[in-house]
Every structure is written in structure tokens, then in C-alpha cells.
Design a protein around this ligand. Structure first.
Ligand code: GLV
Ligand code: MN
Length: 193
């Protein structure tokens, strides 16, 4: 859903300041600007979520500047969860490359649409909706996702709510979650940056 380009390409000059819709164009361009070899994995998934996302967006692959798309390599340890998040600027499509993954998104009426899918099967997440994935297979799992934005953005709910800088006041979070300071402090301690 990015705006349409007015030239063949505009490889981003990441050293320049971003302007309203991306980066200024780099003046000297070569073939290597249009190739990116980092989506193949494997990547390390030993972290509390058991998931690692490796993005090919305009910030890692500046050749995507003005082209309106990007991709991620997402790898899961057994049981790994890509936590609920949303992409404000893009619809997401994904394909399972390996393993068996419970994939779900939530409508703005809180209906959950979900399915367990495996290698070769695809899913879609409408723009902006909250979604997650959970590796339900015995081994590792891997997805490739694609977005109709060079920089879809990701609002990851647990870190947005409990790991912000500065913090959201406890009064807001205890009321929001109908709970107490102890619970909120515990959650904040897990997501502190
Ligand atoms: C998966 O949801 C991703 O954003 O790559
Ligand atoms: Mn996503």
C-alpha cells in the first residue's frame, strides 16, 4: 500500500535523512543493490519467545526503496511463538517453508481466524490486524512473509504495552487489565528495554 514510484528504481541512500516517503535515491547504483542474501537462515531462535524475525525491508535492503514491498524470514524453535503484533502500513502474506504452524489473526470485532498449516501452505493477514504464529510441530518451523510496504512497521503488543520508554504509568495498565501493580510490575520486568 505504499505510493507508486515515478521512476524505475530509487535505491535508498540510508546515510541521507529519510524524507516523507522513504529515502532519497543513491546516485551510483550497481547490480548488487538489487540482491539480498540474508533470508535463507538458519537464524538463532534461543530467546524467550523461541522465534527470530530477520527482515528484508528498506533498512536492511535499500534496493526496496519506493518499490512497495518487503519480506521476512521467520524461524521458530519447537513451541516458539511470534507474539501478537500488527503492521500499520501493510497487508502480510506468508508461506510455511518448514514445520507446522498455528497461524491466527483477529478482526476488529475480536473474532479469531486461525488454522494450523504446514510446508507449502500460505496465509494472509489483512492490513493492520493483530496476528501471531505458534510452532505446534515437533521440530523447528520456518515461514517467509511478504508485505506490500517497504517498511511495514510492527507494533508488538507485549513490548509496546510493557516495554515502552518511558513506561506507561501503572495506573493505566492496572485499570486496563483489571489487575494490580504486582502483576503489572512483573510483566514490565520481562519486557524492560
Ligand atoms: C509475521 O507475522 C511477520 O510479521 O513476519
Ligand atoms: Mn506479522
Amino acid at each position: 500500500s505504499d505510493s507508486d514510484p515515478l521512476q524505475d528504481f530509487c535505491v535508498g541512500d540510508l546515510k541521507a535523512s529519510p524524507s516523507i516517503n522513504g529515502f532519497p535515491c543513491k546516485s551510483s547504483v550497481s547490480a548488487s543493490d538489487f540482491f539480498f542474501s540474508v533470508l535463507g537462515g538458519p537464524i538463532n531462535t534461543s530467546n524467550p519467545n523461541g522465534v527470530t524475525v530477520s527482515p528484508a525491508n528498506v533498512l536492511t535492503f535499500p534496493g526496496l526503496n519506493t518499490l512497495g514491498l518487503s519480506m521476512n524470514n521467520v524461524e521458530f524453535a519447537p513451541g516458539g511463538v511470534n507474539p501478537p503484533h500488527s503492521h500499520p502500513r501493510a497487508t502480510e502474506a506468508g508461506i510455511v517453508i518448514k514445520g507446522s504452524v498455528f497461524v491466527g489473526f483477529l478482526t476488529t470485532n475480536n473474532t479469531l481466524f486461525s488454522k494450523v498449516i504446514s510446508a507449502g501452505e500460505m496465509f494472509v493477514v489483512p492490513r493492520g490486524l493483530v496476528h501471531f504464529q505458534w510452532n505446534v510441530g515437533k521440530g523447528k518451523a520456518r515461514l517467509i512473509t511478504a508485505f506490500n510496504s517497504q517498511l511495514p512497521g510492527s507494533a508488538v503488543l507485549p513490548s509496546t504495552l510493557f516495554g515502552s520508554m518511558p513506561e506507561i504509568p501503572n495506573a493505566v495498565l492496572t485499570k486496563t487489565f483489571r489487575t494490580d501493580d504486582e502483576t503489572v510490575n512483573k510483566l514490565k520486568s520481562k519486557f524492560a528495554v
